[in-house]
Design a protein around this ligand. Structure first.
Ligand SMILES: C[S@@+](CC[C@H](N)C(=O)[O-])C[C@H]1O[C@@H](n2cnc3c(N)ncnc32)[C@H](O)[C@@H]1O
Length: 306
């Protein structure tokens, strides 16, 4: 116990607050999660004087009391879990806005992707787009695999599919599946602009139906890479169909597996969150694939078919 903690012993409510705060802080310290936590804590009415006015910097400082953290006085500094046996004394950092700016400044984004991102920024649903660092990871996976045949479920205006298409060889192909015709028009325009439309086979329809028809067409085990970013409650179904379409050694990447941190929050039990949580749990036990959950963007799990 530190000297100051000994002088001012932590009241039980504050201790509870700090324990809960720690749970959130080891996830991404996004302001939305943080704000929700404050709202939930407020609703208990047991600590309103603290919770209604606590600032993000205060939150981190409070947290700091309970852990041995390395933290600069700047509230924008990342939260670092250190010297904690629960985490094997590893350093695990959260992504603050300042650190995220740095990550984005170190992500390479082709000018045509940037143009698409900027055009989409004013459109409804633009927050659904993968981030430039995620797109860079997808392109990297395609290149490492030497992938020639890819599938994407959930195109929206085409940001992630364009990143994949740009990484494919000239003879490569991407089956890009989307149910919304309007956003597909934007995607098609950018495939043209980027000179990759010959690589992209656009499928306007429901993802599961498109996958089933590909299986019926005898395309099983003929794809190298798939990216899943469509209806979240359908992830398990998509995964089962994609396992048939992807070859051994091929890769399936699923987006939004952290679902803004809600999967780790036992108080959140809406249908989408429960579905993603169950999907993640099933994947853990699925020995048909090797897996790696990467905390990039909203969380992506990379699965390699065994
Ligand atoms: C998260 S967004 C995709 C974002 C895209 N990957 C990008 O980076 O720009 C999800 C998209 O999936 C589409 N979608 C949702 N359910 C679908 C389904 N059952 N079949 C096909 N597309 C679907 C939505 O219309 C939406 O455009």
């Amino acid at each position: 116990m530190t000297k100051s903690a000994a002088k001012n012993p932590t009241p039980p409510d504050l201790y509870l607050f700090l324990q809960m705060a720690n749970i959130f802080a080891i996830n991404r310290c996004s302001s939305s999660v943080y704000q929700r936590f404050i709202v939930q804590f407020n609703s208990t009415q047991r600590f309103s004087s603290l919770s209604s006015h606590v600032s993000k910097s205060r939150f981190i400082k409070l947290n700091n009391l309970r852990r041995n953290c390395s933290l600069s006085s700047d509230a924008a500094a990342p939260f670092i879990v250190a010297d904690d046996e629960k985490y094997g004394n590893k350093q695990v950092i959260s992504i603050t806005p300042r650190l995220y700016d740095y990550i984005l400044a170190n992500a390479r984004e082709p000018p045509v992707l940037r143009q698409l991102r900027e055009e989409t920024a004013n459109m409804r649903g633009s927050q659904m787009q993968v981030s430039p660092d995620q797109a860079q990871l997808l392109a990297m996976l395609v290149q490492i695999l030497g992938a020639a045949r890819c599938i994407e479920l959930g195109v929206y205006t085409g940001y992630s599919s364009l990143a994949i298409a740009l990484a494919l060889p000239e003879s490569g192909c991407l089956v890009a599946c989307e149910r919304d015709a309007k956003s597909l028009e934007v995607a098609k325009r950018y495939y043209e602009l980027a000179g990759v439309s010959h690589k992209v086979s656009v499928k306007h329809g429901l993802a599961a139906d498109v996958l089933k028809s590909m299986i019926s067409n005898g395309e099983t085990c003929s794809y190298d890479f798939a990216f899943v970013d469509a209806e979240k409650r359908m992830n398990q179904k998509y995964f089962e169909l994609l396992l048939q379409l992807v070859r051994v050694g091929g890769v399936i990447v699923i987006d939004n597996v952290l679902w803004h941190g809600k999967v780790a929050d036992p108080l959140v039990n809406d249908a989408k969150t429960v579905s993603i949580r169950n999907f993640n749990r099933n994947l853990m036990a699925d020995d048909r694939v090797s897996i790696s959950l990467v905390p990039i963007g909203d969380g992506m799990t990379i699965c390699r078919k065994r």
